[in-house]
Design a protein around this ligand. Structure first.
Ligand SMILES: O=C(O)C[C@H]1C=CC(=O)O1
Length: 91
């Protein structure tokens, strides 16, 4: 099942810088692991924002929820999920 996911990150300015650095590093490692497994297929930065648009290919809604809620930055994100299907005009 394919999903487009937009993540907007808003880390509080008063978060301890060491906690921020450690959380962002864990987020990157988590993202890399899921890209290697094939579930996190693509990620793009939205120009000018601390936001991304990603494509996930997962077995179920429950699996996507598990992945998203496990993001180290999850407490600091707004997430929008769009389920995808083949467009009738796609070649
Ligand atoms: O930077 C972001 O867009 C937030 C998050 C998503 C993957 C990652 O490494 O960080």
């Amino acid at each position: 099942m394919l999903f487009a996911v937009r993540m907007d990150v808003d880390i509080p300015r008063d978060l301890d810088p060491a906690v921020r650095e450690e959380t962002v590093a864990r987020e990157k490692a988590y993202c890399h692991e899921l890209q290697r497994s094939g579930e996190w297929k693509r990620i793009w930065r939205i120009v000018g924002l601390y936001s991304n648009i990603s494509i996930f290919d997962v077995e179920s809604n429950a699996r996507l929820h598990e992945i998203l809620s496990g993001l180290p930055l999850f407490p600091f994100m707004r997430i929008e999920v769009s389920p995808l299907t083949t467009h009738p005009s796609a070649l």
